[in-house]
Design a protein around this ligand. Structure first.
Ligand code: HEC
Length: 135
């Protein structure tokens, strides 16, 4: 018996169905370990207060306020500066009445964003495949 197009068709359909089932039957958060770090809790503070609607992190977010990726380590800025901005508000930014704990969590998050967001794009080489590689 030679290999007919219908055999290929039936094989591919069967594989598709089996594969789809195997994916949809996996519990949604199976491999996610609950993240209980300060950084994760700080991200929740960031999200609850909608900072992202006006600010960007890693270049993504709203454009009313400046990008805050490096605000934690920027010269003349940092934790006290962030606190001052949040307690007084500035121009279109309202004041936020965060508790000390919320503020500490939020800055732990911004610090981690800062530490992971320092790559200078000029250090990367763009490959023909569309990928990037550090030079
Ligand atoms: C309604 C929009 C809006 C929201 C929401 C908002 N901001 Fe802002 N924020 C601004 C604007 C606009 C500025 C810039 C003001 C200026 O200097 O002209 C700013 C400035 C800042 C600055 C100073 C940045 C710098 O480099 O000068 C910090 C820090 C900051 N915001 C933190 C936050 C945090 C944290 C949150 C969430 C809790 C937040 N903002 C929510 C609009 C917003």
């Amino acid at each position: 018996m030679s290999l007919q197009p219908k055999h290929i068709y039936v094989t591919l359909c069967t594989l598709f169905i089996v594969y789809s089932f195997s994916i949809y039957l996996q519990p949604y958060f199976k491999n996610t370990v609950a993240d209980t770090t300060d950084i994760a809790a700080g991200r929740i503070v960031w999200q609850k207060n909608n900072c992202q609607t006006c600010h960007q992190l890693y270049g993504l977010g709203g454009y009313l306020g400046p990008d805050l990726t490096d605000v934690y380590s920027a010269p003349g800025k940092g934790k006290d500066f962030i606190k001052a901005m949040l307690t007084t508000g500035i121009k279109q930014m309202p004041a936020f009445h965060l508790s000390d704990q919320e503020f500490n969590l939020l800055t732990a998050y911004l610090k981690s964003v800062d530490e992971s967001g320092n790559s200078d794009p000029r250090k990367f080489l763009k490959l023909k495949t569309g990928m990037i590689e550090e030079q």
